[in-house]
Design a binder for this molecule. Structure first.
Ligand code: FES
Length: 181
């Protein structure tokens, strides 16, 4: 089903269902989903990524949550199309993100990926693995769920949904405001 064929009320209902499923999976992962059935928002903070080289991951704390800013290489953005048959929700129809991030790269800019670094199974923090030039992904150390570089979850592993993307907006060429769209 294409994104355009889903009405807003249907989309909202699906997000609530995902939130309830995750509640069964763990309190940590469900916290941001049950507070609101939309993407995490609130307490806006500004950030910069002009000093973040391609391939680098920045880890921040935002409202007590792990927040990632990953600058993907052009090759990594292209590679997001290569493994979609192995994903649970390749088009992010059942996952939490702002509407303007419901795309293959799940971001406003293809190179800049912003996400809550909290596994949708039981809330552990996945780790980025793989080196320069090699295939990279996020691996959850708790029960081995894997996510691609757009936070989309692979079928193997218990996590039921893609990583959540918070509300955010871009400011100029190299600024971000996280927490408001
Ligand atoms: Fe269980 Fe991540 S917390 S796989």
């Amino acid at each position: 089903m294409s994104d355009d064929s889903i009405s807003d009320p249907d989309r909202r209902r699906r997000q609530v269902v995902v939130g309830l499923c995750l509640l069964g999976g763990g309190v940590g992962a469900a916290r941001y989903l049950t507070e609101s059935p939309g993407p995490p928002a609130g307490n806006p903070v500004s950030g910069e990524f002009s000093d973040l080289p391609p391939g680098e991951l920045r880890v921040l704390d935002w409202q007590g949550r792990t927040l990632w800013i990953l600058r993907r290489t052009a090759e990594e953005v292209m590679a997001l199309a290569d493994h979609e048959s192995g994903l649970i929700d390749p088009h992010s129809e059942h996952s939490l993100q702002p509407e303007n991030c419901r795309n293959r790269h799940r971001s406003l800019r293809p190179d800049i990926f912003v996400a809550i670094g909290q596994c949708t199974h039981q809330g552990c923090t996945p780790q980025l693995r793989g080196g320069a030039g090699a295939h990279r992904e996020f691996l959850c150390p708790c029960h081995t769920s894997k996510f691609d570089l757009a936070g989309r979850v692979f079928r193997a592993g218990p996590a039921p949904a893609n990583l959540a993307i918070p509300a955010y907006r871009l400011e100029g060429d190299s600024g971000l405001v996280i927490g408001e769209g």
